[in-house]
Design a protein around this ligand. Structure first.
Ligand code: HEC
Ligand code: HEC
Length: 193
């Protein structure tokens, strides 16, 4: 045990060793963070994302973000009204492509929208207000920046890049979205004026 600990310590020490000339990488500055947030904002307000983050209580559909057919509503927990839950129609995965167009997409996590106490509205919110909202633990489900970053790997988010047959994925590639998010966060999550 003891020697393993010593080796671990030695590795940590080596990993931290820098020649005096090697500069410590600088955190991105505010301007870089604000510029990166423009990419993040475009993703949040892409129809694949904002359709579950509407201003009202009806989820939205399609590239024009029209109200969900059949008067589907958020319900008491974001899972639909009793007897008309999202998962009645939305399964644990997208149906196979040979089912054709206009079938309900799905995700393993259980299809739902944010609950009414914390609706996480993305539709129609100005960039500065959107930026302040998503990083505010009082309005984002109690998440700090690390928890928000972890959330981006969860199935309802990654679904946006594999949304099922006939639906356009989010136009910004996923790696570019994550890179922009991480630049914004590393700059201290600055918001545009
Ligand atoms: C099927 C509905 C659905 C889709 C599609 C969806 N979300 Fe969400 N989103 C939710 C729910 C529900 C929550 C609340 C999460 C929780 O409490 O577990 C949430 C929370 C979030 C949060 C954390 C809270 C906040 O506002 O800071 C972020 C960020 C987010 N979503 C981003 C996205 C992005 C980006 C996409 C598209 C790539 C997306 N969402 C697509 C349902 C969805
Ligand atoms: C009665 C069945 C049914 C119920 C219940 C239902 N949906 Fe849907 N939903 C569908 C169908 C069908 C589609 C596909 C429509 C299309 O592609 O034209 C769809 C599509 C969607 C989309 C569109 C994805 C996109 O970006 O175009 C979202 C978001 C969505 N539903 C959210 C929800 C939420 C959230 C709930 C629960 C509050 C829910 N749905 C309940 C049948 C249902």
């Amino acid at each position: 045990m003891r020697s393993a600990a010593m080796i671990a310590l030695a590795l940590v020490a080596c990993g931290n060793a820098r020649s005096p000339a090697a500069p410590v990488p600088a955190a991105p500055d505010r301007a870089a963070g604000v510029a990166a947030f423009a990419t993040v904002r475009a993703v949040l307000q892409h129809p694949r994302c904002q359709n579950c983050h509407p201003a009202g209580d009806a989820p939205l559909q399609g590239d024009d973000s029209h109200a969900h057919a059949m008067n589907v509503q958020r319900g008491p927990e974001g899972r639909g009204r009793p007897g008309e839950e999202c998962t009645t129609c939305h399964g644990p995965a997208n149906p196979p492509s040979n089912y054709g167009l206009h079938v309900p997409p799905g995700a393993i996590e259980g299809w739902r929208m944010p609950p009414p106490e914390q609706p996480l509205t993305f539709v129609g919110v100005a960039p500065r207000a959107l930026c302040e909202q998503i990083k505010d633990p009082a309005r984002n489900g109690g998440r700090d920046l690390a928890a928000l970053r972890a959330h981006l790997d969860t199935p309802l988010v990654t679904w946006g890049w594999a949304p099922g047959f006939g639906r356009a994925p989010v136009s910004t590639p996923y790696p570019a979205f994550i890179a922009a998010w991480e630049t914004w966060a590393a700059a201290g999550a600055p918001c545009p004026e």
